[in-house]
Design a protein around this ligand. Structure first.
Ligand SMILES: Nc1nc2c(ncn2[C@@H]2O[C@H](COP(=O)(O)OP(=O)(O)OP(=O)(O)O)[C@@H](O)[C@H]2O)c(=O)[nH]1
Ligand SMILES: [Mg+2]
Length: 252
């Protein structure tokens, strides 16, 4: 694996993970890394990208040029990246052990539109691994944690890329809630019990079916609990990334 694609819904911590996990990989893994910003909408970054899509197109520029609002301009910028700039950006990749890609805040523009697929095709020689970030800072019912995990799994299937799922911002969780989350993630049988006890109707039926699917493909081995802020869980994340790469033949 020579490329990590950090993705996930808006505000989950992709950029902070790109910064801090990138630094961790440099120091702990002694890897030569480059960080690539693929978000044309961001105004400020906590890290200095080695390659920055905003050198080619930015949302602000498109808003002014085409008289568009924020979302339409982001849509247009992403489409321009895919059609016009991606090849140029990727031609700058050179001589690093690992490239960490930070992706746009509107996740669906990356994962469910052509940009994500095109990027993955073009860097297939780097054996990219997806890192799907989920914000776990708010107390979530176990069922909702599983729904988030399922969304991550669907995007990994859509993009056809082995993916590790990170439940992020765990530094914000009280110890008791953190333990509960660890239980749900590490013990799908317990999660099933919980769902049987707490859920009903269509939601229960769906969650039970989903758990069976997740269990049958061994997905729990792909989930890490981390804090992009404190670095907690980075060792585990790194291990999972390496494992998922070895096991990706099971799914793709
Ligand atoms: N406490 C805590 N805060 C975090 C963590 N990760 C991210 N944050 C904060 O969450 C906010 C959003 O983080 P970003 O890294 O910008 O999230 P993002 O997913 O890149 O956001 P978009 O690109 O806008 O979708 C910032 O205020 C971060 O400092 C974490 O692990 N713990
Ligand atoms: Mg970001």
């Amino acid at each position: 694996m020579n490329a990590l694609i950090i993705m996930g819904l808006a505000g989950v911590g992709k950029t902070l993970l790109t910064k801090n996990f990138g630094e961790w990989l440099k120091e702990e893994g002694s890897l030569k890394i480059s960080r690539v910003n693929l978000d044309p909408g961001v105004k400020w970054l906590p890290y200095k990208p080695d390659i920055d899509i905003r050198s080619y197109v930015s949302v602000e520029e498109v808003m002014v040029r085409d008289h568009l609002g924020t979302n339409s301009a982001l849509l247009k910028a992403v489409s321009e990246i895919e059609k016009k700039w991606l090849k140029k950006v990727l031609s700058q990749l050179n001589g690093r052990d690992l490239y960490v890609f930070d992706t746009p805040g509107l996740f669906e523009l990356f994962a469910f539109r052509p940009l994500g697929e095109k990027l993955i095709q073009r860097i297939s020689n780097l054996n990219p691994v997806g890192v799907h970030v989920v914000d776990a800072s708010k107390k979530m019912r176990p069922g909702n944690v599983l729904i988030q995990v399922f969304i991550a799994f669907l995007s990994s299937l859509h993009l056809e890329i082995p993916t590790v799922i990170c439940l992020n911002k765990i530094d914000l969780l009280p110890v008791k809630e953190k333990d509960q989350l660890i239980n749900v993630v590490n013990n799908f049988d317990l999660a099933l019990e919980n769902i049987k006890g707490k859920e009903s109707g269509l939601r229960r039926e769906f969650l039970e079916g989903m758990l069976e699917v997740l269990q049958s493909i061994g997905l729990k081995t792909r989930i890490a609990l981390i804090s992009s802020k404190t670095g907690e869980g980075f060792f585990e994340l790194f291990d999972l990334i390496n494992e998922v790469e070895c096991a990706c033949g099971d799914i793709f």
